[in-house]
Design a protein. Structure first.
Length: 671
């Protein structure tokens, strides 16, 4: 059997899990939508049918003041039970198990009713919380227990108590946020009491035949976080209090160390779970950036953990486990950790989905039913948009011929995967390549679609996904061979110097600065990556922090933008700060409000705030956006066949694979 450790059942005594795979907690936004629980039921059911052993829902508050946002879900009253039953019944009918996560936001709440152990504002939220009175603390403990009992009545197999990531329970545990003078503050024993009393109260309410997972912050990654001895002591107290499983929590949301972005090495934090495994007898779950069955198998086989938690990988592919069990891991649509359609959506109050799988959280709305009329369709361009359309259209029964002018599929992803920290983009190209084969799509590389081919091969419809071309700047001296574009650099077509100016500070500019500054990707070297970000694997310091060891760029790099706004303002909501930190650590010079004048033997002539200066650079790289590659459009329109434009050829804004793949999928569903 492939992956024998991962697929082995886990006996919890009173119940058994069919494998060691936990679908970790994700808030999808469906929890708050009208009719959202019906959609949520379909979402979870599809993952159970895909083989997952145990599911944990997105966070549900135990009371009003614990809500993350004013309209976030809570489970406090019996009349709220019925909508949860839609989910549990769907999961159980499919043969699965599901736990509801109970999450109290504490000072992370985005509303003025926030409560916390002490009146200390979070650096990432706008409201200062009120300090909880002793009565409010006791009432909140009771609210957790009451919510767990309602979860049991709703049919859940258990609950996960969210005690990490800097939410309320974590805030009680750490002196960083707990300055109380009563029985819930001061000594570690007092600060741990809130968490322990919650577990005891839940166990007393729900009985012994109910799963209680505790999400324990094993590595806070913030100053004045927990010590290792405190983590171990709390784990043992929780074990005694009646917890069934301990899940690993990594980093507070306010931590300045990335924990789940694509630049984080795979399984970068499994070492801390392994460390705790020597201290407690309970099953432990490893988390964070585990996205392949090979990595998951290795963690369990090496006894680092008893289970693995994967959340976003089940957005990317609901059949992850079944494909692994069927020895078809090469067919898994791998999560690339981009956060663009999941976490970025969640923190923007939008429904979560997935860049590489636009059906995620749209299971009742975006489906690829067999086409009533089989069509012969020509597709030009095998980038993300063209590949997605082709695969989904072929799955409906259409005959697809995919033309690609270059020698390989992937389009802009072939450039993106060369950026340090974006190696995961390889996986998406691999996935679509496999699907092109399985769907028997007629792939024609090194071939340009033209009107003659359209006429001779009797196509019914044409789809143009020819992507983008870099925008040129027509300024004095910009015809020099030392002025090049980002595509030429990434393709290795030009030689560049040691002093470089990058014109354009959008996503492309940031990526190019990182590419030029970091000659060896730290993402592929976990030890180097942990040193770079200051993670103390010896756990000698509170929060697991140590002084970062920075590797400065050998090149002198300037990143320039015309806008006067903050550098990287348009980057991803949850990852932009990471990109800015990386460039700062590599000492990239960032200038805003720049006007470009000319390039000559002296260098790049610019002005900033009406002050002229010369950057003595030997190479200028244009990253100033792109234009639609519309060279084919007029020719195809002249064929008088239906023509559809998708991806960058339709809208050439910042490179947007999320929009391109969704656009391809939606067109395939209706054509």
């Amino acid at each position: 059997m492939p992956f024998p450790h991962l697929l082995q059942p886990l006996d919890l005594g009173f119940t058994q899990l069919k494998n060691r795979v936990l679908m970790g907690s994700m808030h999808t936004g469906l929890e708050e939508e009208k009719g959202g629980f019906e959609k949520l039921a379909a979402f979870y059911k599809e993952r159970v049918e895909g083989g997952v052993g145990l599911i944990v829902t997105g966070g549900i508050s135990p009371n009003f003041r614990g809500r993350l946002t004013p309209h976030a879900s809570q489970l406090s009253y019996s009349w709220q039970v019925s909508k949860h039953k839609l989910v549990t019944q769907a999961v159980h009918q499919a043969g699965g198990k599901i736990c509801m996560q109970i999450l109290h936001a504490g000072r992370y709440a985005y509303h003025p009713f926030a409560l916390a152990p002490s009146k200390i504002k979070s650096p990432i939220t706008p409201f200062t919380p009120s300090a909880m009175s002793g009565r409010q603390v006791r009432n909140t403990i009771n609210d957790y227990a009451a919510s767990a009992l309602l979860a049991r009545k709703a049919g859940y197999d258990g609950v996960e108590v969210m005690g990490s990531e800097g939410y309320l329970i974590n805030q009680f545990i750490c002196s960083r946020t707990n300055q109380r003078q009563d029985q819930f503050g001061g000594s570690f024993e007092n600060r741990a009491k809130f968490a322990v009393e919650i577990v005891k109260a839940i166990r007393a309410k729900v009985g012994s035949q109910f799963i209680i997972i505790f999400r324990l912050s094993m590595l806070d990654l913030v100053e004045n976080g927990s010590t290792w001895d405190e983590v171990v002591s709390l784990a043992k107290l929780l074990e005694q209090a009646g917890v069934t499983i301990i899940n690993t929590g990594i980093g507070w949301h306010e931590a300045r160390i990335p924990t789940i972005a694509t630049s984080v090495p795979r399984a970068a934090f499994s070492w801390v779970t392994e460390r705790l495994k020597k201290e407690v007898k309970l099953p432990l779950i490893a988390t964070n950036r585990i996205n392949t069955p090979e990595i998951a198998e290795q963690i369990i086989a090496s006894n680092q953990a008893d289970m693995v938690s994967m959340a976003r990988p089940f957005l990317a592919d609901p059949d992850f486990v079944n494909k692994a069990a069927g020895d078809e891991a090469h067919l898994i649509n791998t999560c690339i950790g981009c956060n663009q359609a999941c976490l970025d959506h969640t923190f923007s109050m939008k429904r979560a989905t997935c860049l590489v799988n636009p059906r995620a959280c749209y299971e009742t709305e975006l489906n690829f039913l067999h086409a009533a009329h089989r069509k012969r369709i020509a597709v030009m361009g095998a980038g993300p948009a063209g590949m997605a359309f082709s695969v989904f259209a072929a799955s409906r029964g259409h005959q697809v011929v995919l033309f690609e002018a270059n020698s390989e599929v992937g389009g802009q992803f072939n450039l993106a995967r060369k950026i340090p920290g974006k190696e995961e983009f390889d996986e998406t190209i691999r996935y679509f390549t496999e699907q092109i084969k399985r769907q028997q799509i007629d792939l024609r590389l090194n071939t340009r679609l033209d009107a003659a081919a359209v006429r001779d091969e009797h196509f019914d419809e044409l789809v143009i996904a020819a992507g983008v071309i870099p925008r040129e700047l027509h300024l004095p001296g910009f015809d020099s061979p030392k002025v090049v574009n980002y595509q030429q650099v990434l393709r290795g077509e030009v030689t560049i110097g040691q002093k470089i100016a990058l014109i354009g500070a959008g996503g492309i500019g940031f990526d190019m600065a990182h590419y030029l500054a970091e000659t060896q990707s730290s993402t592929l070297n976990p030890e180097q990556w942990r040193k770079q970000w200051g993670i103390d694997t010896q756990y000698q310091n509170r929060g697991g922090l140590t002084e970062p060891v920075l590797a400065h760029a050998e090149r002198q790099i300037y990143l320039l933008q015309r806008k006067t706004t903050k550098m990287g303002k348009g980057l991803g909501k949850t990852t932009g700060w990471i990109h800015r930190s990386v460039l700062k650590n590599h000492r990239v010079n960032m200038l805003s409000g720049v006007s470009y004048e000319r390039f000559d033997e002296q260098g790049l002539h610019i002005s900033v705030d009406d002050k002229k200066q010369v950057l003595m650079v030997d190479t200028v790289i244009l990253c100033a956006g792109q234009e639609s590659n519309r060279s084919l459009v007029d020719e195809m329109l002249a064929t008088n066949l239906p023509v559809h434009l998708i991806g960058g050829v339709d809208v050439a804004a910042e490179l947007d694979a999320k929009r391109a793949i969704r656009q391809g999928a939606e067109l395939a569903a209706q054509i």
